[in-house]
Design a protein around this ligand. Structure first.
Ligand SMILES: N[C@@H](CCC(=O)N[C@@H](CS)C(=O)NCC(=O)O)C(=O)O
Length: 467
């Protein structure tokens, strides 16, 4: 039986915030990066979502991912993101350009004063300013930790402990004892989100579930409970692929977590258990927490009331829905990973998986679409708690199809691998859904006997990131 999916409140791919019931009421167009990588874009995005302000999105690639369109460069010649264009007849504004995230956040407060998220009514200006300075101190010790030749984990931990102490003194999970996050929290959380996987990647340093940082853990848990935060939140894998293009090479001292972070360890969350066909989730609590909401639009109480197998079904359905909603285009995209696809002439960008100019391998697009259709059917079966039977049936269908495809089988597997490595969180889907899709793509690749020399098969694909 097919399941039905409640409509999401908003997702990373939304181009108009649902609060904009009347598009003519939209004053702000938010130009942000199309891959949802930029931390400055994220804090502005969080501010808009927390406000409930209507806004339109214009998605622009970062320079590490592709060329910026001329229309964007006309409004922002330096090419920096984020940018607003604001139209508000009452203020005499038409396509007024606002740049720099600090100014964007001030503009949000000015255009939409209620509720006040500046934090200024909660504490004296001197206290707020000292917290902004604390964030800069933390950011600087993180830069030293990850990018300097002589990193100092103790300095980074000392900064984290200062943050933890301030949070411990707050009467709520957030700074300033605020019942809801304020602009200050959006700044902290967007950078903390990037610190967790990079500290683990460079030094095997655990920030989550660290007994020395209990208030910080509570802070991040509180954010993970906010649907609007989850819709902007990246997973560790997607973050690790975008840090170096933005900040430069990381200096790695301890690789203990690498096979977890690159999705190759059996319990990395990228594989199905062969007997139950459920995703094997990481046992270590310091690794990535699987955030609560499958769908940002599903009321938390309704979601929490669901039995775990039904939550898993919803996560799978989300992934299936994404595949089915654009299957021909996704199949063409994936077919770049076949052996002929990977011979395309390519423009190199600094993001290791960016490949915007590659062409598909037309010779296998139909077969890739058939494979992805089988995977989508597997993901959307109403089989809570009994997924192994569905996978067994779909495995049979894939093998039958592969027998018909003959020599193209390896190229289809290579195409699935290409797609799997490029499922981005939150750009394409939330982590719970991405985990299901990646693990099902791994199962299908294995059923097809592995890749046939397409790009997805190559080691060192990550530009040396995951050596
Ligand atoms: N001070 C600026 C910094 C913005 C910034 O550095 N943006 C980077 C991305 S994180 C950017 O747009 N870089 C150009 C690009 O990568 O295309 C702000 O707060 O908005």
């Amino acid at each position: 039986m097919p399941l039905s999916l409640p409509p999401p409140l908003t997702t990373a791919s939304a181009r108009l915030h649902p609060a904009a019931a009347d598009p003519s009421s939209v004053k702000i167009t938010f130009h942000r990066d199309s891959a949802a990588w930029c931390p400055y874009c994220q804090k502005v995005w969080l501010h808009l979502l927390a406000k409930g302000a209507p806004f339109a999105v214009s998605a622009v690639p970062m320079r590490s991912y592709g060329a910026k369109p001329g229309e964007f460069l006309a409004i922002s010649p330096g090419g920096l993101l984020p940018v607003f264009t604001v139209t508000d007849a009452a203020r005499g504004l038409e396509d007024a350009v606002v740049s720099d995230s600090v100014n964007l956040m001030s503009a949000i407060e000015e255009l939409y004063p209620e509720p006040d998220l500046s934090g200024r009514s909660l504490a004296p200006a001197a206290e707020i300013d000292s917290l902004y300075r604390l964030e800069r101190e933390l950011f600087s010790s993180w830069c030293s930790l990850c990018f300097r030749p002589s990193p100092s984990p103790s300095q980074f931990l000392a900064s984290l402990k200062k943050v933890d102490a301030v949070l411990a003194a707050s009467s709520t999970p957030y700074f300033l004892s605020s019942p809801d996050p304020t602009a200050l929290d959006f700044l902290f959380v967007s950078h903390l989100e990037r610190m967790l996987p990079t500290a683990m990647y460079t030094h095997a340093l655990r920030v989550r579930a660290n007994p020395e940082l209990p208030a910080l853990d509570g802070y991040l848990d509180a954010f993970d409970g906010l649907p609007y935060y989850v819709c902007t939140k990246a997973d560790y894998y997607s973050t690790l692929l975008n840090i170096e293009p933005q900040y430069g090479p990381m200096v790695v001292r301890d690789r203990s977590y690498h096979s977890y972070l690159d999705g190759t360890a059996p319990d990395s969350g990228w594989f199905l258990d062969p007997s139950t066909c459920e995703v094997v989730t990481p046992a270590d609590p310091a690794t990535e927490p699987l955030v609560g909401y499958v769908l940002s639009g599903l009321p938390p109480a309704d979601y929490a009331a669901l039995p775990p197998p039904s939550r898993t079904n919803l996560a799978r359905l989300y992934a299936a829905d994404k595949l089915n909603s654009n299957l021909p285009a996704i199949s063409r995209f994936a077919s770049r990973g076949s052996s002929k696809g990977s011979k395309n002439r390519r423009q190199g960008y600094s993001a290791p998986l960016a490949d915007p100019e590659a062409s598909p391998d037309d010779a296998v697009v139909g077969e890739v679409e058939e494979a992805l259709g089988i995977i989508a059917a597997c993901l959307s079966a109403d089989d809570a708690g009994a997924h192994a039977a569905t996978v067994a049936e779909m495995d049979g269908r894939l093998r039958e199809a592969a027998a018909r495809w003959g020599g193209k089988k390896g190229d289809v597997a290579g195409s699935l691998a290409y797609l799997k490595l490029r499922v981005g969180v939150p750009r394409d889907m939330p982590l719970v859904a991405a985990r299901e899709l990646r693990a099902h793509l791994n199962w299908a690749e294995a059923a097809l006997g592995g890749g046939g020399g397409g790009e997805g098969e190559k080691k060192g694909l990550f530009g040396g990131l995951f050596k």
